[in-house]
Write a protein that binds this ligand. Structure first.
Ligand SMILES: Cc1ncc(COP(=O)(O)O)c(C=O)c1O
Length: 381
């Protein structure tokens, strides 16, 4: 079986499992306990925090361990926006885009619906790019946050984050870097806050980080014992933090080589699919895209039927987002890129591993299998 759905989740890396295991057994302490068992756990947590901080180019105190990308996004959007509104004594304004992950979009909806915030969703181009000047034009005196996905999970489009960061001025920029981690630099982006999910880079699900610069006021979402400097209460998962730090360090060390190797493989695959099937269209940006991401529409098919045909051929991929479980609506990302709903229903996404040896995937054989799967669906109609 060839698993090509790494944007949905990845297997835990052996090095990560090895690093985290001792913290589940003999190093099991509660980092808040005032005895040697607790102090050892606290030390391991502090080490993990410093290692994550080094990769993202922030201070150890800026790192908030969370349960994953969704929680990190919720904490960034609601935490920063609500803190600003509390200080101003009035609901504030948030800027995002219509192609964001549901964790961002639904958090913005919540702020609108429950707290009376204004939200501007800056439109995207047909390839899913946000114009930094459009972000600048949307800024208001009461804007509390700009929240943008560094790279899109469905179409792989990478945003001009330097351009956006240069235009937001005093307004904090939050980047959802869940899909960017392991492919793109996380330090030096100009972002005030950054979300990362461990399970996309070889750490277990249930691990994540919001890195948020200390000067940014943040209203916590989880109240309790005041862990994570009061920004996220709850006994920390030391093993999870160690796993995430290990996975992130490995991903960063391997990033440049993986991006070059997998990017070349993906380019060859995309070209071969486009030449194999006349109805194939690449979604997302042909240039500014994640090295491991290839997404298409195949007009005249159904994405679900193509996925079944692919699975019969031993290839596991997805129709786009695995995050909105059971969703049969056409993708909000593709619709925002101007793709018609009936074409959006035909989307198929292939996402490659950072670490797979180049020899394990033959892009031309893979494209031939995709072509055969599409042809089988079309002839069956
Ligand atoms: C861009 C993006 N943001 C956020 C998330 C949510 O992360 P998690 O699954 O860790 O909650 C995902 C998951 O696919 C994602 O792709």
């Amino acid at each position: 079986m060839l698993y090509l759905d790494h944007a949905a989740t990845t297997p835990v890396r052996p090095e990560v499992l090895q690093a985290m295991l001792p913290h589940l057994t003999e190093g099991f302490g509660n980092p808040s306990s005032h005895h040697t068992v607790g102090e050892r756990a606290a030390q391991a947590l502090a080490d993990a925090r410093a290692r994550v901080a080094a990769v993202v180019g922030m201070r150890a105190g800026d790192i908030v361990f969370t349960s994953g990308g969704t929680e990190a996004d919720n904490l960034a959007v609601k935490g920063i926006a609500l803190a600003a509104a509390l200080r101003a004594g009035a609901p504030a304004h948030v800027i995002t885009s219509p192609i964001e992950h549901e964790a961002i979009l639904a958090s913005c909806d919540f702020l609108e619906r429950v707290h009376g915030f204004a939200v501007t969703r800056v439109p995207v181009s047909a390839t899913g790019r946000i114009d930094p000047d459009a972000v600048a034009a949307a800024l208001r005196p009461e804007t509390a946050l700009v929240s943008i996905g560094y790279a899109n999970n469905e179409i792989g489009t990478v945003q001009d984050v330097a351009g956006i960061a240069a235009r937001v001025g005093r307004v904090p920029l939050h980047l959802d870097a869940v899909q960017a981690a392991g492919w793109l630099p996380l330090a030096g982006t100009g972002a005030a806050a950054l979300s990362i999910a461990g399970h996309k880079i070889g750490a277990p699900a249930g691990t994540g980080v919001l890195a948020v610069r200390g000067r940014i006021p943040l209203e916590p979402l989880l109240h309790g014992g005041g862990q994570e400097r009061g920004r996220r209460s709850g006994t920390e998962s030391v093993a999870g933090a160690v796993a995430l730090a290990t996975a992130l360090e490995l991903a960063e060390a391997e990033r440049a080589a993986a991006a070059a190797r997998v990017g070349a493989q993906t380019d060859a695959f995309i070209a071969a699919v486009l030449s194999a099937r006349p109805e194939a269209r690449l979604t997302g940006d042909p240039v500014h895209r994640l090295p491991g991401s290839a997404s298409f529409t195949f007009a005249g098919t159904s994405g679900e039927a193509v996925l079944l045909e692919l699975e019969r051929r031993g290839i596991v991929s997805s129709s786009g987002s695995a995050c909105a479980a059971g969703d049969t609506e056409p993708s909000h990302v593709l619709l925002a890129c101007g793709i018609a709903p009936e074409v959006a229903h035909t989307a198929v996404r292939f996402t490659f591993a950072h670490g797979a040896p180049a020899s394990s995937i033959d892009p031309l054989a893979l494209a031939a299998a995709v072509g055969a799967a599409v042809a089988a669906v079309r002839s069956g109609e």
